[in-house]
Design a protein around this ligand. Structure first.
Ligand SMILES: [Zn+2]
Ligand SMILES: [Zn+2]
Length: 792
């Protein structure tokens, strides 16, 4: 029993809250693990030399007499001009770590003749976060340092002032890409004096978006060099594996990581929770657990009923709607009115109103997607429910960290979804509470990403051969391609020029996922309900699909491909829908191959052809298939990167997998391995796909592919290749440990299977993976710590 200095209400103590959800209600068996995260004592260090007295005074005015040891370490590295990534926990004062040296230098810079001897640039992933940082920095910044936001909302008359006079400019990568770099002559005095570039929340720069940002930073470095500056990059990250490797990929510079957190922490009770098996059976008679969403609905109901301020984080927009609806129904009025859903895709004014209500306490319970995760201040919650692993450790801790009022313990509950990764996690607490194995991955060498940045760079300043090293090994072969497309032209001096009249930077949207988002419009009223990403549209808003918005169910009447509009009508069908598709894959080139005995593991480029051909209607409560309809949608092709493995016929004999069992074995292994990859790389199911083929024409062997779901690749498959032994071992363990008999959603069934989860053979998959892993190299690279960057 914790001894509280001042006793909070009994029911708000985390242990008591947890007991009220579990033992007191006969649900103890659902609690697979309780982690008591003890309070941590702070460790301080003296202010490093070079931190100006004004900054020390401002900090002490905010209650910081001495920095924590990790902050001081970061300050020392920054002052020494080292690329530094601070990867410590939420609320560990990462900002002060980079702000103290930065502001000290800016302050010294004000003594220069033009008042701007040093400048700094701050990048946040969103406008809202930059604005938030502007407010925080204001408390620390001495009057003489001129700070300014520069984003799409900055009025034109202020922009000129920012360019001429501001020494600390806060913006986002999109604005840097579109607004600042293309107009660099007008920023010349700012860039000439650029001393620091802060990249905050850098773990959000992952996948394709992260790869774009990496190229934007290279363009910035090139222009700085032209103006004679060489800024030091200071990055802040959530705790991940190999933060230095990520920082290097992002900036292109060798980086040092600060990872040991010396900030104090209140106690937290972190519970791992597995929903019960239900009476129902799902596809092919598989046992099914109650969904994490439904379980979160029950727990949210209990917590709100007890007056506990709770946010339930869910993984999908639809789940946010369902959890809120369920809690409202179970609570009845008047409490039902104090529960709501929150997600992206709502209109801005709807979201602002919900934020206000949560803040004021009018709302007691909120079911939210990660849209609430960043930038919105909702601290002071008593409990946080996570309905399903949020996909990354960074998100997990960011969301869990929302719980806990001043001086009081907090409760966080991770509720497992019925899938391989969540099941693995709630039974392997070390994967969550020990050193992280998951890394933030990106692939700046993706030619689809690189090409438009080479154009933008050439438009900023003609490209020379000397620049190619900066932009990476893919750049040299790309330039002639861009010339053939009439985008660049080579002059006699050997440099490459942008030839078009339009702005090169407009040719790429850093956050674009390919194509414009699909608008969801109410057919009768013409009202815009929200949007859906283009890549997801074929599977989620096809004609006949069930779509949810603000707790209301709609049926898609018509999905118009040409105008990117889905027309919907309110409806109340007793089913959900799930798309069926056919996928084929061709190997374009193989980059690397590892021999695992007779088996082979490869990484390279592939072309995936996918066509959504129909959809299943599944009963909401059980997942039972009620019927199937055909769809007439065009096939889509994707050139991307993949990891794949093959086994030989002899190995199949050893594994007792005859040819008739092979399709089910390979398909089951493919599903589970896709499910487990997010443990090693920050990705989710939308980011990766898989194909298993009993006899693939390009390999001549049974082959299982896992590929990046974005053109040109995003680094996920590559991470799978590099961590293949650990990844496929976890895959086999997850399947083997599942208590079901013949395969279920917790091991080998996939909710996104385009083939209706057929065929799947759980037992044969275990034997197949065992034979594959038998030849895997022993003593592989460590999965944790500061492994050296891959060199190839
Ligand atoms: Zn199972
Ligand atoms: Zn499948």
């Amino acid at each position: 029993m914790t001894h509280w200095v001042s006793m909070p209400p009994r029911h708000h103590q985390p242990e008591a809250l947890l007991a009220s959800l579990s033992t007191e209600r006969g649900r103890s068996d659902r609690l697979t693990h309780t982690e008591h995260l003890p309070a941590r004592e702070a460790r301080y260090a003296p202010w490093p030399e070079g931190i100006r007295q004004e900054v020390v005074a401002a900090a002490s005015g905010l209650g910081v007499v001495l920095p924590w040891a990790h902050q001081a370490e970061a300050m020392d590295l920054a002052a020494a001009g080292r690329t530094t990534v601070i990867a410590t926990g939420t609320a560990s004062g990462k900002s002060l770590g980079y702000l103290a040296p930065l502001l000290s230098d800016l302050l010294t810079g004000t003594e220069a003749r033009n008042g701007r001897g040093a400048t700094a640039l701050y990048l946040a992933p969103t406008k809202a976060l930059a604005a938030d940082q502007r407010r925080r920095a204001a408390e620390l910044v001495p009057d003489r340092v001129r700070v300014a936001l520069y984003d799409g909302d900055t009025p034109p008359q202020e922009r000129e002032w920012v360019r001429q006079y501001a020494s600390y400019v806060l913006t986002n990568p999109d604005m840097l890409h579109r607004g600042i770099l293309p107009a660099h002559p007008r920023w010349s005095s700012f860039l000439k004096s650029l001393r620091y570039v802060v990249v905050d929340e850098c773990h959000t720069y992952r996948g394709v978006f992260g790869s774009h940002v990496a190229q934007v930073l290279r363009r910035l470095r090139r222009l700085c060099a032209r103006y004679g500056s060489e800024p030091t990059f200071l990055l802040a990250s959530a705790t991940t594996a190999e933060p230095a490797v990520t920082a290097e990929r992002l900036t292109g510079l060798p980086a040092t990581a600060v990872t040991e957190d010396h900030s104090p922490r209140g106690p937290m009770v972190f519970a791992l929770w597995e929903p019960p098996l239900t009476e129902n059976t799902g596809e092919h008679g598989a046992p099914v657990r109650r969904s994490a969403t439904a379980e979160a609905g029950y727990l949210l109901t209990d917590l709100v009923h007890g007056g506990t301020r709770t946010v339930a984080f869910v993984r999908s927009r639809r789940a946010a709607e369902l959890v809120a609806l369920q809690a409202q129904e179970q609570l009845g009025q008047p409490l039902a009115a104090r529960v709501a859903a929150y997600r992206g895709g709502y209109l801005a004014e709807e979201r602002r109103a919900l934020e206000r209500d949560l803040h004021s306490g009018r709302l007691l319970g909120l079911a939210s997607t990660s849209a609430l995760e960043l930038g919105v201040d909702v601290s002071g919650l008593d409990a946080v429910l996570l309905a399903g692993y949020p996909g990354t450790r960074a998100s997990l801790w960011q969301q869990a960290g929302r719980a806990g009022r001043e001086g009081q313990g907090a409760l966080a509950v991770l509720i497992a979804r019925d899938d391989p990764l969540d099941t693995y996690l709630v039974h392997h607490p070390d994967a969550l509470f020990a050193t992280p194995v998951e890394a933030t991955v990106l692939d700046p060498d993706n030619p689809h990403v690189l090409a438009p940045h080479l154009c933008a760079a050439a438009a900023e300043l003609p490209l020379t051969d000397a620049d190619l090293e900066l932009f990476g090994p893919s750049s040299a072969p790309l330039l002639p391609v861009l010339e053939r497309r009439g985008l660049l032209r080579r002059r006699s001096d050997g440099s490459w020029y942008w030839t078009r009249r339009e702005r090169a930077a407009d040719g790429v949207d850093l956050r674009g996922s390919g194509g414009s988002p699909v608008q969801v419009v109410e057919a009768d009223t013409g009202r815009l309900l929200g949007t859906v990403d283009a890549e997801a549209a074929h599977t989620t808003v096809h004609t006949g699909a069930v779509h949810l918005h603000q707790g209301r169910t709609y049926l898609v009447r018509e999905f118009d491909l040409e105008s990117s509009v889905a027309l919907v009508s309110p409806a109340n069908p007793p089913y959900t829908t799930s798309a069926r598709d056919v996928t084929s894959i061709a190997v374009l080139s193989t980059d690397t191959t590892e021999e695992w005995g007779e088996a082979r593991l490869s990484f390279g480029s592939v072309e995936v052809t996918n066509q959504v051909v129909g959809y299943l209607r599944k009963r909401i409560s059980t997942g039972e298939v009620l019927g199937e309809s055909k769809l007439d949608l065009p096939p889509r092709t994707l050139r991307t990167r993949a990891v794949w493995w093959t086994v030989t016929e002899d190995q199949l004999l050893d594994a007792l997998v005859p040819f008739d069992l092979l399709p089910g074995a390979a398909h089951a292994a493919e599903h589970a391995s896709i499910g487990l990859l997010p443990l090693f790389a920050t990705c989710d199911r939308w980011d990766i796909g898989g194909v298993s083929v009993p006899l693939h024409p390009d390999t001549g062997l049974p082959t299982v592919f896992v590929y990046d779901g974005h053109s040109g690749g995003a680094g996920f498959a590559e991470r799978g290749f590099r961590r293949a032994v650990e990844w496929l071992t976890a895959t086999r363990d997850a399947i083997a440990a599942c208590e079901c008999e013949r395969g279920c959603p917790s091991c080998v069934q996939s909710p996104k299977c385009g083939n209706g989860n057929e065929p799947l053979d759980k037992a044969a998959a275990i034997r197949l993976l065992t034979v594959l892993l038998a030849g895997a190299p022993a003593g592989t690279a460590p999965t944790t710590g500061e492994a050296p960057a891959p060199t190839d």
